[in-house]
Design a protein around this ligand. Structure first.
Ligand code: DAH
Length: 338
C-alpha cells in the first residue's frame, strides 16, 4: 500500500510538471481530484489495510493529499490568471508586410521613359526576333561586317529563310520607327537584346538597351549634346561634366562615345569609374544618310541623331552591384534592396 501511495505521488507530480494550460489543469482535476479520481480510490482502499498498518498508511495518504492539493492549487491559480486576462505585449514587433517592388532594370527603364517623355520623346517597340535587314543591312552594316559573325549573333532556324535572328541591339527599332512614321520622329526604344557571348560577371547573352532617335529638319550635333547632357544630369542626379569622344558606328556619321564625369567620385577616380574619373554613358551620332535613305527619308531634307546604351551597366553603376548575374538570379534578398 505504501508503494501504491509513492507511485501515485510520482504520477501526480509528473502530470503537474507537464501542465501548460488551463485545459491541462482541468484534465488533471478530473483524473485525480474528483470523487472517483485516483486519490479517492486509494483513500477508499485504506479499508482493506490490516489494522496495525493503518496509522502509517493513513499518515502517508494524508501527506500525499496535502502535497497534491497544494501543488494543484498553485497550478490552478497560475493558469487561471493567464486565461482570465488577455495579455497583449505591446513591445513585440508587428508582422512585417512585404511589399513588392519593380525589378531594378524595370525601374531604370521607367525612369528613362519619364525623363525623355518630359522632353517630348515617345516610346516605340519592335520585335525581339528580327531579320538581317532591320538588325544590320538598313543600318549600313557592310555585307562582310564582323558583327554579323556567328560568334555574336544568335540565328533562328527557319524553314525557308536564312536571315532570321535575335536582335543584337535595339537599333533595329530605329529602322522600324523610320519605316512606319513620318518625321518629325522623336522616340526612345527600350528592349531586350541578345548576343552569343560567354556569360560572366560583366556580360550576359541577353540584356537590355535603350535606343533613342530624333529625326526632323535641321537637327544637329548640338541637339544631340543638349539632349544627352540634360537627360544624364537628371537621370544620374548629378551636376556632371561631359566629354564626347569620336567613335565609329556604321549607322552614324559622325559618331561619338559620350562620357560623363563619375557621379560617385566627381572625377577624382574610384572603383565605379575604374579610377579614370569618367563613365561611358552611351554610343551616339548623327544618323547616317544611307540609313535615312534605306528607310525612305530624304537626307537632303531631314537629319537626326541616335544614341543607345545598355541598361544593366547603368543599374550596376548606380547600385554598386558588381556581378551582372545577380540581376537575373531572382534572389529576393538582392531584389528587396531596391
Ligand atoms: N547599337 C549600338 C550597340 O549596340 C549602340 C548605339 C550606338 C546605338 C550609337 C545608337 C548609336 O543609336 O547612335 O553597341
Amino acid at each position: 500500500m505504501l508503494e501504491r501511495i509513492a507511485g501515485l505521488r510520482n504520477e501526480i507530480d509528473v502530470d503537474l510538471d507537464m501542465v501548460s494550460s488551463a485545459e491541462d489543469v482541468e484534465r488533471l482535476r478530473l483524473r485525480h481530484f474528483v470523487r472517483k479520481g485516483t486519490l479517492q480510490v486509494l483513500t477508499d482502499a485504506l479499508r482493506e489495510v490490516p489494522r496495525e498498518e493503518k496509522p502509517a498508511v493513513g499518515k502517508a495518504l494524508n501527506e500525499l493529499r496535502r502535497h497534491a492539493e497544494a501543488r494543484f492549487a498553485e497550478m490552478e491559480s497560475r493558469f487561471a490568471r493567464r486565461s482570465a486576462v488577455r495579455y497583449v505585449d505591446g513591445s513585440l514587433p508587428g508582422r512585417t508586410l512585404l511589399r513588392g517592388t519593380d525589378h531594378p532594370i524595370t525601374q531604370m527603364i521607367d525612369r528613362a521613359i519619364e525623363i525623355f517623355g518630359s522632353m517630348g520623346f515617345d516610346v516605340a517597340e519592335g520585335p525581339d526576333v528580327e531579320d538581317d535587314a532591320h538588325n544590320f543591312a538598313k543600318l549600313n552594316f557592310a555585307a562582310d561586317h564582323p558583327a554579323r559573325d556567328m560568334q555574336d549573333t544568335f540565328f533562328v532556324e527557319h524553314a525557308d529563310r536564312q536571315d532570321v535572328l535575335l536582335r543584337t541591339h535595339t537599333s533595329s527599332v530605329q529602322i522600324r520607327a523610320m519605316e512606319s512614321m513620318q518625321p518629325p520622329i522623336r522616340c526612345i526604344m527600350p528592349g531586350r537584346v541578345y548576343r552569343n557571348e560567354a556569360i560572366s560577371a560583366r556580360s550576359l547573352a541577353e540584356f537590355h538597351q535603350i535606343e533613342g532617335l530624333y529625326i526632323d529638319k535641321g537637327v544637329s550635333m548640338a541637339d544631340l549634346k543638349a539632349t544627352i547632357i540634360e537627360f544624364a544630369r537628371r537621370f544620374y542626379d548629378s551636376d556632371a561634366s561631359f566629354r564626347f569622344r569620336t567613335s565609329f558606328f556604321p549607322f552614324t556619321e559622325p559618331s561619338a562615345e559620350i562620357d560623363m564625369s563619375c557621379f560617385l567620385c566627381k572625377g577624382q577616380g574610384c572603383r565605379v569609374c575604374k579610377h579614370s574619373g569618367w563613365l561611358e554613358i552611351c554610343g551616339s551620332g548623327m544618323v547616317h544618310p544611307n540609313v535615312l535613305r534605306a528607310c525612305g527619308i530624304d537626307p537632303d531634307e531631314y537629319s537626326g541623331f541616335a544614341f543607345g546604351f545598355g541598361v544593366e551597366r547603368v543599374v550596376m553603376m548606380l547600385t554598386g552591384i558588381d556581378d551582372i548575374r545577380l540581376l537575373y538570379d531572382n534572389d529576393a534578398r538582392v531584389l528587396r534592396q531596391f
